[in-house]
Design a protein around this ligand. Structure first.
Ligand code: GRG
Length: 310
């Protein structure tokens, strides 16, 4: 089937009750597990962590992790610790991204940024603790061969280091000061955003017992989806920031225009779905449908995004 046909079918999927139900079930599974991991009433640091983790969030990356595991025939239950670890890391990056030394954001998803509520020191420590708990949780994965868990941990380290999130954030901060070029921005998107998407899928696949070609198909899907997601985020920022002073940050829309951004977004999403059709795996409905959710969010500033976000 062509990429255009696949996209059309995925568009139908996203409005189906079954697709929405599966998405909601996965979201709730992750939220419940995170809630249990940091129970209420455990002091100020845990309160800040709970706020960062549980106040809101689409749970997109952990859903991708669980779905990758299911797609290769693994047990979703076995992948739950890994999925929660990915979400902890994601939320940690948002907390640190909002700090005065980084984006200096007042709000996150319409609420005061964590450091505005709990102070800078607790926000830094909440992020640090989330990172450590994430690795502890991933290492505690049961019912999966130890070598696979080790590969998952290694892949996560690669995704977060100098050629992943930390490197991407550094390049972002520096290039905003020195001048953003299209090449630098693509680089920032790949490292700062797409690396974690890719890792979520690869880790889910490893936990699920994937073969080499399945891992690389899911890695490619994750990388393309992550780049697309950042462009959709830039499109949302452009809508939110209409009327604001220009030149605060240079994003994809400033460099390529709204139309250019939408064309690239569609291209990346089609390529992401195509990556999965080249290899044998399970039901593609949820993974293909998620690409359409990313497309839809580029058209309307919808739930879960209220400006000043990453
Ligand atoms: C982990 C070592 C290490 C360093 C982190 C701070 C940092 C370095 C990186 C920042 C990465 C970042 C904030 C990327 C932006 C990604 C993005 C578009 C986030 C928004 O994701 P959503 O919309 O968030 O999925 P919700 O609110 O739904 O959870």
């Amino acid at each position: 089937m062509s990429a255009a046909n696949l996209a059309a079918r995925a568009q139908e999927n996203t409005s189906s009750a079954d697709f929405r139900r599966r998405l909601r079930e996965r979201q709730q599974l992750v939220t419940r597990a995170l809630d249990e991991h940091f129970p209420p009433g455990s002091g100020p640091l845990a309160a800040a962590i709970r706020e960062a983790l549980l106040a809101d969030g689409k749970r997109l990356r952990p859903i991708l992790c669980l779905e990758a595991c299911a797609w290769v025939g693994g047990s979703v239950k076995a992948a739950l610790p890994a999925a929660c670890a990915i979400e902890m890391i994601h939320k940690m990056t948002l907390v640190h991204d909002d700090l005065p030394a980084m984006d200096d954001a007042e709000t996150r998803n319409g609420r005061p940024a964590l450091h505005k509520q709990h102070g800078e020191a607790l926000a830094i420590l909440a992020g640090d603790a989330l990172l450590v708990h994430a690795f502890g949780l991933l290492a505690s994965t049961r019912g999966v061969p130890a070598e696979r868990v080790t590969v998952a941990i290694t892949r996560l380290c690669q995704a977060l280091g100098t050629t992943g999130l930390a490197g991407g954030q550094a390049l972002d901060v520096l290039s905003q000061a020195e001048g953003v070029t299209p090449e630098k921005l693509d680089h920032v998107h790949t490292w700062k955003t797409a690396s974690l998407f890719e890792a979520a899928l690869v880790i889910g696949a490893e936990v699920g017992g994937a073969g080499v070609s399945q891992v690389s198909a899911l890695a490619r899907y994750g990388m393309l989806l992550g780049r697309a997601f950042q462009i959709s985020d830039d499109l949302l920022d452009a809508q939110d920031e209409k009327g604001k002073a220009e030149g605060e940050v240079t994003n994809y829309v400033q460099l390529h225009g709204v139309e250019g951004a939408r064309i690239k977004l569609r291209e990346l999403l089609n390529q992401a779905v195509s990556a999965l059709t080249s290899v044998e795996g399970g039901d593609i409905q949820l993974l293909a449908g998620i690409t359409e959710l990313v497309w839809e969010r580029s058209w309307t500033a919808g739930e879960g995004h209220h400006g000043n976000d990453a």
